[in-house]
Write a protein that binds this ligand. Structure first.
Ligand SMILES: C[S@@+](CC[C@H](N)C(=O)[O-])C[C@H]1O[C@@H](n2cnc3c(N)ncnc32)[C@H](O)[C@@H]1O
Length: 243
């Protein structure tokens, strides 16, 4: 038992999320770029975000930068900034950027930082997004509201996430999805949570997408892959419009 809190020793994951993603960075990169359906999902995110050409877009929890080409396609000569707290994924992302000699005519950067504490000055960020990340955040609704503050009224936010499906014909696959979520979490996560990792992920994803709906005016929501993938996007409303 833990001497301080009386909790079992396994109450915290054996690897922190940054350590886990750093260790798995190359394997994750292969899955993130060439896994089944990823191109469809990443395109859906960029289409939903719908940034203006020339926009500055921040992606929180950018991982190895798999969404970057899809976002850069939309912003032309704009600026993509990827933020992640795992040094290993940023290393892979930067290596690829160098191999490509920079990406097109877009100016971009990868920055180490915490998605829950945006490290950027608010001026000049037109849009922000997160893919498969809000399910890892302790208070995703609060974070999404902070992303809304970062882009300000008129700015765009988009989320892409996986959660258990509610569609009757597909629900039989939820147990396989539970295993997928468990396998994709740092070792020890399941034991550190009071509920299954997939249940926690479902709740966090729902809370984040709800917060986006409450923060934005013209919300677009769609599901893909039998209801397992959810995309929400909208334009941040001025405070009086959401009261
Ligand atoms: C499942 S991966 C998704 C990566 C990428 N968005 C993609 O679509 O492939 C989740 C990423 O979020 C990052 N992450 C999780 N929580 C974070 C936080 N609070 N701040 C910054 N990055 C975070 C992890 O390090 C990891 O790279």
């Amino acid at each position: 038992m833990s001497p301080r809190f009386g909790l079992p020793e396994f109450a915290t994951p054996r690897l922190s999320a940054p350590e886990f993603y750093t260790r798995l960075a190359r394997a994750y990169d292969a899955l993130a770029r060439r896994g089944p359906f990823v191109a469809t999902l990443r395109r859906a995110l960029a289409d939903a975000l719908d940034p203006e050409p020339g926009a500055t877009v921040v992606e929180f929890g950018c991982g190895t930068g798999a969404n970057r080409p899809y976002i850069e396609e939309r912003i032309g000569g704009g600026t993509y900034v990827g933020v992640d707290f795992a040094p290993g994924v940023l290393r892979v992302a930067r290596e690829r950027d160098r191999e490509l000699g920079g990406t097109g005519d877009s100016r971009g950067a990868y920055v180490r930082g915490d998605a829950t504490r945006p490290p950027l000055c608010a001026d000049g960020v037109d849009a922000c997004c997160g893919a498969f990340v809000v399910g890892m955040l302790p208070d995703p609704a609060r974070t999404v509201r902070e992303w809304g503050d970062l882009v300000g009224p008129g700015g765009r936010i988009a989320l892409l996430d996986l959660a258990r499906t509610t569609r009757p014909g597909w629900r039989a696959l939820n147990p396989a999805f539970d295993l997928f979520v468990r396998a994709g979490s740092p070792p020890g996560t399941a034991r550190s949570l009071a509920r299954s990792p997939a249940t926690v992920q479902d709740e966090r994803v729902a809370a984040a997408h709800r917060a986006l709906r409450e923060t934005c005016a013209d919300v677009e929501y769609r599901t893909l892959l039998g209801g397992f993938a959810r995309v929400s996007a909208g334009t941040v409303a001025s405070p009086s419009a959401v009261e």
